[in-house]
Design a protein around this ligand. Structure first.
Ligand SMILES: [Zn+2]
Length: 162
């Protein structure tokens, strides 16, 4: 009879929690998205969050959503969590891996996910599901054979004191 702990976290809880933890690094005042890429045998390969490219300071580039001058909005500069996680990986191929993300990927990240060979997307929030961007993502995932499934929240509270 084993006396192992029974309340350990599941793989899904673990990787979604890591994705959300990565999102807490974001400097974006309105949106914090995190991503965690995992091998088919459950090893963490990479993580990412939404931010500006290396060298583009959070103190000098804008985080604004609206401005008559598009160069004064975040959209032209920000790199999404999924693309950051893909580009952060320097260990070789992501072929056959799984991607956990706190928000359904936009169409630009969907293209990168497909081209990187990621085969499964596990997402939490899908609040932009009626937008052309997310609708395009789903069409591309289906065409490319990338499986996507909604993360089933356990609603377990994980408390970590740092
Ligand atoms: Zn994106």
């Amino acid at each position: 009879m084993s006396d192992k702990r029974e309340d350990y976290i599941s793989w899904d809880e673990y990787f979604m929690a890591v994705a959300k933890l990565a999102g807490m690094r974001s400097k974006d005042p309105n949106s914090q998205v995190g991503c965690c890429i995992v091998s088919a045998d459950n090893k963490i390969l990479s993580m990412g969050y939404n931010g500006f490219p290396r060298g583009c300071s959070d103190d000098s580039f804008p985080w604004a959503r609206e401005n008559p001058d598009p160069l004064k909005t975040k959209y032209v500069y920000v790199t999404h969590s999924e693309l950051n996680a893909i580009l952060n990986y320097r260990g070789g191929s992501l072929e056959g891996s799984k991607l956990y993300v706190s928000l359904f990927p936009c169409n630009e990240c969907a293209k990168a996910i497909i081209q990187a060979g990621i085969r499964t997307v596990i997402y939490d929030d899908d609040k932009y599901d009626k937008t052309p961007s997310v609708m395009a993502s789903k069409m591309m995932f289906q065409a490319a054979g990338v499986e996507f499934r909604h993360y089933k929240r356990s609603n377990r509270k994980l408390v970590i004191t740092v």
